[in-house]
Design a protein around this ligand. Structure first.
Ligand SMILES: [Zn+2]
Length: 168
């Protein structure tokens, strides 16, 4: 008997290297993921990745992405040791595309479909905490997280009842 396998893509990042122990049944279909990060992302925003009869293809299935570049400030210039460690840990996150260091700042480019600034910051904090505790500045972060969640909701439910309205 020949063993046939068809290619399974991680619905979040489209990688074909999936981990069969990471699966989730959604709308009667089993989905498999490459990483627990992608699995969690899917759980939070399934409509981004899987379409339905009412709305058609999902934004991801239509090839959309939400590329962002954000500046993250540090309390002091980022040294070589921290740079190397951040490079390693951030680029291993799904959806992080590029990093650029400039003095006290890090510019990080990522696909909001796959990773949130919150996850990026949490990773930076873990990394920085190992080297120099308390060096990160925290400014207006709650607001950015909130607007990212709204943006994803709006993408997942275009023209929907709109649970997220711009503040007035
Ligand atoms: Zn994935």
């Amino acid at each position: 008997m020949s063993k046939r396998e068809f290619t399974i893509h991680c619905p979040v990042c489209q990688m074909t290297k999936i981990d069969r122990s990471l699966s989730l049944k959604y709308q009667g279909v089993d989905h498999y993921f490459c990483s627990s990060q992608c699995l969690e992302r899917f759980k939070e925003h399934p409509h981004l990745f899987v379409g339905d009869p009412k709305h058609g293809l999902s934004p991801k299935q239509k090839g959309q992405a939400a590329l962002k570049t954000r500046r993250i400030g540090f309390a002091e210039a980022v040294g070589d040791e921290l740079k190397a460690t951040l490079d390693q840990s951030l680029l291993s996150l799904m959806g992080v595309e590029a990093l650029r260091f400039e003095g006290h700042c890090l510019y990080v480019s990522y696909d909001l479909f796959q990773v949130s600034l919150e996850e990026i910051e949490a990773t930076i904090e873990q990394t920085a905490a190992k080297l120099h505790s308390g060096m990160l500045e925290r400014v207006k972060r709650g607001f950015i997280h909130y607007s990212e969640e709204c943006e994803l909701d709006n993408l997942a439910h275009p023209g929907g009842d709109g649970s997220c309205h711009g503040g007035s």
